[in-house]
Ligand binder design. Structure first.
Ligand code: MG
Length: 386
């Protein structure tokens, strides 16, 4: 890049994606400038990051930690704010070029909307934002001339496959799934799997929410919906294939039948870096893929009988309206309750199915409808658990 550095805001800088983004930035200090860092609860890490990267502003969303962060950064010339509202307003600062949204779950929706309204390009790691309100987000982005660069590895792969092909019709995309730690297991065997077992992903090192989602295949379901909105596809143009080695990160089949794939070792830093530097590619020292170490790459159909979340996601996509929002909210509650060992592994899916059956359908939801749907679904889900 010539001239000015790219000025980045990272929402959720203390999480898995946020910390890896800062590793990328650390390797390219002449290319990036950190403008804003935000965290939900992890005040200590936020303080350490602020001292190292000297952002203009930090936000600690949990106001209980405000004094601590404020005092720790008194001598560092860093502005400190607290609370959800601060999060929504700092993303609109003039001095930001790109907002990396690495918040977990539904909480990413409002700040992402605010950033798009202010005309900021988005590096999107928070897939739930598109799952919940893909129609609103993508139409607002079009209206504001904002680009949304995917950080999710599968969507980054698809994006990398279509660079230079933007005018060419896509026949379908093939999202790859690792299958998670329980690939090959049947429902009977899934009944009693534990939190610890579900948190052990075979290939990817990620945050707790997405790791559990990977174990239930809900992550792939959310990614199907995310892909629909990012690439303007219909449900029948999205195929999921299980690829246990996680080397092919996803594929695009064009109208002439040609398939392009993007490959590499599973390392989130690559899609994070590409989203932050597109259209450029910067050097990296990430480990390189060696074909001789992978004599076979294998593929199989997903087992949607044992892992019903994938089928439920296609159903939510098919019904449209607020159904993906219901699916997401029910799933967020389910994962939370599973992580605190209050519901079992299969009950997570039951909860999602129950909520989808019970919530009122809204065909063309407004933002308020989405907020309301999210709230009511959470209440309903908690009632089902009791
Ligand atoms: Mg992914």
């Amino acid at each position: 890049m010539t001239g000015q550095k790219k000025r980045i805001a990272i929402l959720g800088s203390t999480g898995s994606i946020g910390t890896q983004a800062l590793q990328v930035i650390q390797s390219h200090r002449d290319y990036f400038e950190v403008e804003v860092l935000t965290a939900q609860n992890n005040a200590d890490l936020l303080i350490a990051q602020a001292k190292k990267f000297k952002p203009n502003t930090v936000v600690i969303a949990n106001e209980d930690h405000y004094i601590k962060v404020k005092e720790a950064l008194l001598a560092d010339d860093v502005k400190v704010f607290a609370g959800e509202n601060a999060l929504a307003s700092v993303v609109q600062m003039d001095s930001i070029d790109l907002v990396l949204t690495a918040l977990v779950g539904f909480s990413g929706l409002k700040p992402t909307i605010k950033a798009i309204e202010a005309g900021k390009n988005i590096a999107l790691a928070n897939k739930e934002t598109l799952v919940v309100a893909g129609d609103l987000i993508t139409s607002l982005a079009r209206q504001k001339g904002v680009n949304i660069y995917p950080v999710d590895s599968e969507h980054s792969a698809i994006f990398q496959c279509i660079v230079g092909e933007f005018q060419n019709p896509i026949e379908k995309i093939i999202l790859t799934a690792s299958g998670g730690p329980f690939r090959g297991k049947k429902r009977e065997e899934l009944k009693n799997v534990t939190r610890a077992q579900a948190l052990k992903h075979p290939n990817w090192n990620m945050g707790a929410k997405v790791t559990i989602d990977s174990a239930t295949l809900m992550n792939k379901g959310l990614e199907v919906i995310e892909a629909k909105w990012l690439f303007g596809l219909k449900a029948d143009q999205i195929e999921v294939v299980v690829h246990p080695q996680s080397i092919i990160h996803s594929m695009v089949q064009f109208c002439d039948g040609s398939i392009k794939a993007q490959l590499g070792l599973p390392d989130m830093r690559l899609p994070i870096q590409f989203a932050m530097t597109y259209p450029e590619r910067l050097n990296s020292d990430f480990p390189r893929f060696d074909f001789s170490k992978y004599p076979s790459l294998t593929f199989e159909k997903p087992d949607t009988e044992s892992f019903r979340n994938l089928a439920l996601s296609f159903e939510a996509l098919d019904r449209g309206g607020n159904m993906p929002c219901v699916l997401n909210a029910a799933n967020e509650v389910a994962v939370e309750e599973f992580l605190s060992e209050k519901v079992g592994f299969l009950e997570m899916t039951d909860l999602v199915a129950q909520c989808m059956g019970k919530m009122n359908f809204i065909a063309r939801p407004s933002l308020d409808d989405y907020l309301e749907t999210d709230k009511e679904t959470r209440i309903k889900a908690k009632e089902f658990i009791k």
